[in-house]
Design a protein. Structure first.
Lengths: 232, 480
């Protein structure tokens, strides 16, 4: 049944509950992914270095290194897409997970099909219509879509894949306001009921990287009640 | 005492009505201050009157005695005529006197003549030979009338006007009346002030109690040094503390249970999905069992989610994620992700322009729950209508989202009940469905209330059998 996931796509699933780990592995393998599992943060770090997965699935409640910490550790060296799994649907956990660097989140119990859909959305190839342009310039900010590179004052800025896609979507229509819903749809593939906090937290993180003063953004600007816009 | 009894009866009779503590304090102080000032005024007046009259009498007695002695002298010397005595009195300015000499009255100037003398006084002075004193009214004026015997010859009577005293008393009376009014007024003000003071701790307590009832369980009264209020404050705070602990324990329990249930549910749903993917490989009986299993896993998940949401309500831990939503668009999307995405939706033209503020996922849950309820109990697929409450010529302020079904309807006595937790519609065959955990409608109620709206169930407007569940929310008009 390996017709759903992209060929050879590796998922590292970090989950301490043995039964959940087994069931999720079975279900994800049915969806066509290659699944590695780890039962602790320590094991996950070790396996991550060895197998370089394409997506990491992290349960927040882990013994030892917890999910937030694991996520921050991975983010120091990698821009791999990370999906957080929380047992609690509360704002604190979700925002903390996103700020630790997660790209998306799911709450237990989720349907493995839903997880597959999320992974596919995160792995979708970046196809900005701006591809025709070799480079897009916004003041001191330079965007090179083909190479997946962003330069600020000539120096390369390191963005995660999701942050880069978010920036590309904004760059595609410079000066035009994009609503949270539109961004959720374009970047994460969510419908109307997607969580706007995904956008807000990612915009916040993006600003710390592309703005000289994240508290007073000049490029990625909030338009109250409407959404966000990119300007020079 | 009769008055007291009447007053108390009045109080008792009206206690069930609006005669609150504040009014009772006010009335007591007002009546008290009226009674006190009336008492003081009467006493003061009485004392003043006595005093003035006694002084006037003493003076009258003294001068009349002197005059009587002079009359005696005059009558005893030669020639002993009443005229001499009369003249000598008139010379020193005495007026209003009467002399009785040899059976004749003289000296009387109308109206101060012998006919106004009380007979018992004449008798006392002239027959028994004793001095006498009375207050008599002559014409409009009060007078002290003093009578002295002129030994062996007759008697001397003198009127002394009390006009000055009466005038003084009039002015005293006026002043006392004024003072009584002022002190009554002050009493009323004092009553208002002190009743407010007395009730203030109570209204603080009432505010705190309603805050607690409204879910802010950590509300406490400020501790006070006042020993009378301290008892109330302390026991109120103890009660609130106990209540908070209990509610939090219950909420934590429900929340812990739900969290614990999530892990096995995760395993269940993933495993069921794996089996479902191989459904065709299974024998027919196993397929039926698998279908039952997978549909109940979904139902179980819904239950746990509802329970968690309810425990969040109870712990006051819900934080709404408010956004401005186009009402019609929102309902379309909510229906699209519900159990019946193809339901017919009727949106009035005006409600296309309505904007609501809300947590879209929670509101969508509310709409989905109403749809689920109608699918379970409402005799097939319901119809959904969105309308503006206000007539066209008034500004848009509320919208209604109505889910109208074809079931047996909800009898009036159950219309409140269906929104309570685990209260499945009892009568009229609304129990037929296997769906409906009894949390769904109570969640609708809580969610809609958190959004400042209300939800209710009524008969269908077109008179057909069936129920009409209505969510009413505040809205505003989209400005272009």
């Amino acid at each position: 049944m390996g017709h759903h996931g992209a060929v050879g796509t590796r998922i590292l699933a970090v989950e301490d509950d043995e039964r959940i780990r087994s069931a999720v592995k079975l279900a994800l393998e049915d969806e066509g992914w290659i699944v590695d599992v780890a039962e602790s943060g320590e094991e996950a770090i070790e396996k991550f270095d060895r197998s370089t997965p394409d997506v990491v699935l992290i349960d927040i409640m882990l013994p030892g290194i917890d999910g937030f910490e694991l996520c921050r550790t991975l983010r120091r060296t990698s821009d791999v897409p990370v999906v957080m799994v929380t047992a609690r649907n509360d704002t604190h956990d979700i925002v903390a997970g996103l700020e630790a660097g997660a790209d998306d989140y799911l709450t237990k119990p989720f349907a493995p099909k839903e997880l597959s859909a999320r992974i596919r959305a995160l792995l979708r190839r970046i196809r900005p219509r701006a591809q025709g342009h070799a480079r897009l310039v916004f003041g001191d900010l330079e965007l090179i879509p083909d190479e997946g590179k962003v330069l600020r004052e000539g120096a390369e800025v390191h963005l995660t894949k999701t942050e880069f896609r978010l920036l590309c979507e904004l760059a595609e229509s410079p000066g035009k306001v994009l609503s949270r819903e539109a961004l959720l749809d374009k970047v994460w593939g969510y419908d109307y009921f997607g969580d706007g906090r995904l956008v807000d937290v990612h915009i916040r993180r993006l600003r710390t990287k592309v703005e000289s003063d994240a508290a007073n953004p000049r490029h990625v600007v909030t338009v109250r009640g409407l959404g966000y816009r990119l300007q020079t | 005492m009769i008055e007291g009894g009447w007053f108390r009866r009045l109080l008792r009779k009206s206690r069930p009505n609006a005669l609150g503590l504040r009014r009772r304090i006010l009335l007591t102080i007002t009546f008290g201050s009226i009674a006190l000032s009336v008492f003081l005024a009467i006493t003061t007046y009485g004392l003043t009157q006595n005093n003035l009259v006694r002084q006037a009498e003493t003076a009258a007695v003294r001068t009349s005695l002197r005059n009587a002695q002079s009359v005696t002298q005059n009558l005893s010397s030669n020639p002993p005529t009443a005229q001499n005595a009369e003249d000598s009195l008139t010379n020193i300015g005495v007026q209003r006197f009467l002399i009785r000499y040899q059976g004749q009255w003289s000296g009387g100037v109308p109206p101060y003549v012998d006919s106004v003398l009380p007979p018992d006084m004449i008798d006392e002075v002239l027959v028994r030979g004793e001095p006498s004193k009375q207050i008599v009214r002559v014409g409009d004026e009060l007078n002290v009338l003093v009578g002295w015997e002129v030994p062996n010859l007759g008697g001397y009577f003198q009127f002394t006007s009390l006009g000055d005293q009466v005038e003084t008393l009039d002015s005293v009376r006026f002043n006392l009346l004024l003072a009584s009014l002022i002190s009554t007024g002050l009493g009323v003000l004092l009553g208002i002030f002190s009743s407010r003071r007395a009730v203030r701790p109570l209204s603080t307590a009432a505010q705190a109690a309603s805050a607690i009832a409204g879910g802010r369980l950590d509300t406490r009264l400020e501790t006070t040094a006042d020993p009378d209020l301290g008892v109330l404050t302390d026991s109120f705070n103890d009660m609130a503390e106990a209540l908070q602990q209990r509610v939090e324990r219950d909420a934590r329990f429900a929340s812990d249970v739900s969290h614990e249930l999530r892990s096995p549910l995760m395993t269940l749903s993933a495993s069921v999905e794996v089996m479902d993917a191989r459904r065709d490989d299974l024998p027919e009986r196993a397929q039926s069992a698998l279908d039952l299993l997978s549909s109940d896993v979904v139902r179980f998940q819904g239950l746990v989610e509802d329970l968690l949401e309810i425990s969040r309500f109870d712990a006051g831990a819900i934080r709404l994620h408010m956004e401005e939503l186009l009402a019609a668009e929102f309902v379309r999307q909510a229906v699209a992700v519900s159990a019946a995405p193809q339901l017919p939706l009727h949106v009035s033209d005006r409600s296309e322009l309505a904007i609501i503020r809300g947590d879209k996922r929670r509101l969508a849950r509310a709409v989905a729950n109403l749809i689920d309820n109608s699918l379970a109990y409402g005799g097939g697929e319901p119809e959904i209508l969105i309308n503006v409450v206000e007539p066209d010529d008034e500004p848009l302020a509320h919208i209604q989202i109505a889910v109208v079904d074809n079931g047996p309807g909800v009898p009036p006595e159950e219309r409140q009940l269906v929104f309570e937790r685990f209260a499945r519609g009892g009568g009229a065959g609304r129990r037929t469905g296997s769906e409906g955990a009894g949390l769904g409608l109570s969640l609708v109620d809580e969610h809609v209330k958190m959004h400042g709206g209300r939800v209710w169930v009524e008969d269908r407007l077109d008179g057909q059998p069936g129920a009409r569940f209505v969510i009413e929310l505040m809205a505003s008009e989209l400005d272009d």
